[in-house]
Design a protein around this ligand. Structure first.
Ligand SMILES: Cc1ncc(COP(=O)(O)O)c(C=O)c1O
Length: 505
């Protein structure tokens, strides 16, 4: 169906999703905005247009009515319908996708900081492969049980459950989280202190914006978690890297290097990415310093559930007498990352501020998802799943250590892994970034340790545990089946060899 209106050729297609009157409206409006139909141009009558196009008169009338209501055209008694004269000469013109850079205003200073956040991992498209980090064993997740809970809860949905939910999260889930953390992590808290967030990342973003002013000093472990770095940077923090040794973050080194920190971000149960557990003595010295300097501590307890023989040390939150430790947890490792559910445990006097901040962002995580997690925990599935996964991960860890020994023994030494879902390996020589590059070319994901450093050149200074970052590699094993671990390690051996040859030439 086509017709001409002056220089405009209108085409309507009944097969398109939009109704004919919308297609007609859109094409006349577009022609006016693009200057194809100029102010004052006469349009055919709705009857003529309908006849030319072979559509009902109602279709043309509805399109004209909408254009008139929006001020694009006007009917003049006795003379017909015209493009409105009052359209500004320099009227906005629609941009086509292929027209190159746009002419909008610049990003805010905060927006520019946000836009600079680098990706947190190098990933090859597709399902998890050797040695993806940050992803749990999705292949053995109890999807059937999960879907059954979803189906049941969907069926039970009431009118009220479709409305906005509480900004702090479903009370049922908050209580279940408080009970689990109090039982498993050596702290005590009530559901009232729990705030459900869209993953740990939103928790870090919220808390950084609530607690820091631009320019405030924040400590970040070095090497450290890029997600925390991004959240702190976006809040305008002046980030000071603080080295990590075999006991955890080196508190005196932080004191020597940085002005008063307003906030210290730490991963005491399983330092990211080195994997060390912060000793009790170090925890106490961090708390003492925080009291002296009046510093917030953000404790990210992202994957402490997975231990292979290591004695659990109670979380920092459990030994904090001041209410200055904010605890961050996540279901990304214990369930699956696409769920996007994490949580904060905050002192009672911060709850109202966090509620207001939550309302100003996404209000809350979808309530159905929250209810599914709550039911999974309440029914005992969560504990069962964790027990099973500990076994599974122990097997994958052993497979990684054995395969590394078998295939890369001469070039790579994997550090002991007592917790978590990834390992750190030291190259005997060569450069980890070059190995990572060669491995990627062979379909294997390994991250160079330097990717987690703010100052890769000197981050290992004064520490006995950290390898020179240019020699360190981070290998995830949680997401990788044992047979893929074996194949991945063979490819990594080839990548090691290739990187060594290139550096020798
Ligand atoms: C240190 C650390 N914290 C938190 C998380 C989890 O983040 P999220 O809950 O946003 O997926 C990860 C994931 O890899 C992590 O490594």
């Amino acid at each position: 169906m086509k017709a001409s209106i002056g220089p405009l050729l209108v085409r309507l297609d009944p097969a398109e999703r939009d109704p004919l009157q919308v297609q007609l409206y859109t094409s006349i409006r577009g022609a006016i905005l693009d200057g194809v139909l100029t102010p004052g141009a006469k349009l055919p009558s709705s009857r003529e247009l309908a006849t030319d196009l072979g559509v009902s008169r109602t279709t043309a009338v509805l399109a004209f009515d909408r254009l008139a209501a929006e001020g694009y055209i006007e009917a003049r008694a006795g003379s017909g319908t015209f493009v409105t004269l009052e359209l500004p000469d320099e009227r906005p013109r629609r941009m086509r996708a292929d027209e190159g850079p746009s002419r909008h205003p610049a990003l805010s200073a905060r927006g520019q900081l946000l836009a600079l956040s680098p990706p947190t991992v190098i990933k090859i498209e597709g399902p998890p492969r050797a040695f993806r980090i940050g992803t749990p064993a999705l292949d053995v997740f109890p999807r059937r049980r999960w879907s059954r809970i979803i189906t049941r809860l969907r069926r039970m949905q009431t009118e009220a459950s479709l409305d906005y939910g509480p900004a702090l999260g479903l009370p049922r889930l908050r209580d279940a989280i408080a009970a689990h953390v109090s039982r498993a992590r050596g702290t005590s808290c009530s559901g009232d202190q729990v705030v459900v967030t869209a993953g740990a990342q939103q928790a870090l973003d919220l808390i950084s914006r609530l607690l820091l002013d631009p320019g405030d000093v924040a400590w970040l472990e070095e090497p450290g978690y890029p997600g925390a770095r991004a959240a702190l940077a976006a809040a305008g923090a002046d980030i000071h890297p603080v080295p990590v040794d075999e006991h955890g973050v080196v508190v005196p080194a932080g004191v020597a290097a940085a002005a008063r920190p307003r906030l210290a971000y730490v991963t005491p149960s399983h330092q990211f990415p080195l994997g060390v557990q912060m000793t009790l003595a170090r925890r106490l010295s961090l708390l003492t310093l925080a009291r002296e300097l009046d510093t917030w501590i953000v404790e990210d307890d992202y994957d402490s559930e997975f231990r292979y023989g290591a004695q659990p040390v109670p979380c920092l939150h459990g030994i904090d007498a001041d209410g200055r430790v904010i605890y961050v947890g996540s279901f990304s490792k214990t369930l699956f990352p696409a769920l996007r559910i994490g949580y904060l445990i905050v002192p009672a006097d911060l709850v109202d501020a966090v509620r207001a901040a939550r309302r100003a962002t996404d209000i809350h995580v979808p309530t159905l998802d929250q209810a599914v997690v709550a039911e999974f925990i309440e029914a005992g599935d969560y504990e069962r799943h964790l027990r099973r996964m500990r076994q599974e991960y122990r097997g994958r860890r052993d497979a990684l250590l054995a395969a590394a020994q078998r295939h890369c023994g001469g070039g790579l030494s994997v550090r002991p892994v007592a917790t978590g879902l990834h390992a750190v390996a030291d190259l005997c020589d060569g450069d980890a970034a070059a190995v990572s590059h060669e491995a990627l070319a062979r379909g294997v994901e390994v991250m160079p340790l330097s990717a987690y450093c703010q100052a890769p050149g000197d981050s290992a200074a004064g520490t006995s545990q950290a390898p020179p970052p240019h020699r360190g590699l981070v290998l995830g094993f949680g997401a990788v089946r044992p047979e893929s671990i074996e194949d991945g390690m063979k490819s990594l051996a080839v990548a090691l060899d290739r990187a060594r040859r290139i550096s020798a030439t």
